[in-house]
Design a binder for this molecule. Sequence first.
Ligand SMILES: Cc1cc2nc3c(=O)[nH]c(=O)nc-3n(C[C@H](O)[C@H](O)[C@H](O)COP(=O)(O)OP(=O)(O)OC[C@H]3O[C@@H](n4cnc5c(N)ncnc54)[C@H](O)[C@@H]3O)c2cc1C
Length: 390
Amino acid sequence: MSIAGGAQDATSDDEREILDAIERWAERELRPVAKRFDHADEYPTDVVEQLKELGLFGATIHTEYGGLGLSASTYARIVMAISSVWMAPVGIFNSHLIMAACVQRHGTEAQKRHWLPRFASGEIRGGIGLTEPNAGTDLQGIRTVARRDGDHYIVNGTKTWITNGVYGSCFGVLVKTNPEAEPRHKGMSILLCEKGDGFRAAKKIRKLGYKSIDSAELVFEDFRCPVENLVGGVEGQGFKHAVGGLELGRINVAARGAGIAAGALRDALRYAQERQTFGKPIAQHQAIQLKLADMATRVEAAKLLIDQAARKYDTGQRCDLEAGMAKLFASEAGVENSLEAMRIFGGYSYSTDFDVERYYRDAPLMCIGEGTNEMQRIIIARQLLERHPL
Ligand SMILES: Cc1cc2nc3c(=O)[nH]c(=O)nc-3n(C[C@H](O)[C@H](O)[C@H](O)COP(=O)(O)OP(=O)(O)OC[C@H]3O[C@@H](n4cnc5c(N)ncnc54)[C@H](O)[C@@H]3O)c2cc1C
C-alpha cells in the first residue's frame, strides 16, 4: 500500500521516482531501527547520515543553491511516507528546512549564496528558534533582545523547545532588535546564529513522544552575532518572516499527522486480519470494520486537504485557510487513528513490541506544533469572514 500516493497524483516522473525511493528506504532502513532508537531516546546518527545522502536536508532548497528543489506537494508526500513509519526523524530535516526557507524567501542574495548550499548538503544543520519559556502562541511577547554594537548584535535571552537544539549548530532566531517598538512586531528580527561563545544548548527536554530527536533550551548570554546574519538585512521584518513561513510549516505538520494516521491504519488493517476471536479474524466483526472504515476515510480526506493546500502554495497563491484546515484535520486524524489502532490491538497495544504505542505518543504533538489547533480554528474562521463579507 503506497501511503503517500493518491487519486490526484500529478507529480512528475522525477518526483515520483524520488518518492518511491524514499518509501523503499523508509521500509528497509527506518522501520527496523525505529523502535530501538525511540525506546532508548537515542539520537539516530546513522539515520541522519542517510537523510543527508538522500538529499533531504536540501529537499525544498532551489537547485541553483544545491538543493533538490522539490515542490511543496512532493515534499508533503515524502514527509507523509516517512511519518507513516516513524515520524520523529522528519523533524530533523523539517525544522532545518524551515530555517532554510526563511533565508530562501527573505534573505539577501549574498546570504542565499553563503548559507543555502551548506544547508542543502547538511554540512550545517539546525532549525528555527521562536518559542520562549513565556511566549509560544503569543510570539510578539518574546524577550530575547539583540542590541546593535558596531558590526555585531549582542544577543541575550532563552529559547525553549527548539528542535535540533543539541545536535544542530545554526538557528534562525527570532529576537527583538527594538524592544520598545509599538506595535511590538515592528521591533522583531530573525538572526542566523551559529553556536559558539555565549550561545549554547542548556538542556535537553524529556518528552512523552517524538523521542530520539533533541528538543532543547537554547541560552544566549552576550552572544555576538555578526550584523550580516540579519535575515534580509533590514530590521523589523522578523515577525513577518516567521509567520510567513508557517503556511509551509503547517502543510508539513499536516503531512506528519496524515502519515501517523496512515501508519496506524496500515498496522490495524493487518492486525485485524491476523487476530482471531470467537473463531474468526476480528476484521470480520462489524465493530472493528466501522473503525477501519473511519480510519481510512480520515486518511484520504487528510491527503486531499494537504494536496489542495500544497498546490495553492506551489502556485504562489495565499493558502493560510487551506493550510490551516489541512493542519487541523490531519493532525486530529493522527490522534484519532492512533487511538483507534490502540483499541483494535486490544491489550497488545500497550506492549512496546508493537509500533502503535509510538504512534499514540507521537501524534498529539502535531496538534500543537506550527500553531496550536485552537489557533488554526481561529485563523480559518477569520479567513472565512474575510472572504465572505456581507
Ligand atoms: C516537541 C516540540 C517541538 C517544538 N519545536 C519547536 C521549534 O523547533 N521551534 C520553536 O520555536 N518552537 C518549537 N516548539 C514550540 C511550539 O511551537 C509551542 O509549544 C506552541 O507554539 C504553543 O506554544 P506554548 O506551548 O507556549 O502554548 P501557549 O501559547 O501557552 O498556549 C497554551 C494553550 O492556550 C491556547 N491559546 C493561546 N492563545 C490563545 C488564543 N489567543 N486563543 C485561543 N487559545 C489560545 C493554545 O491553543 C493552547 O491550548 C516545539 C514544541 C514541542 C512540544
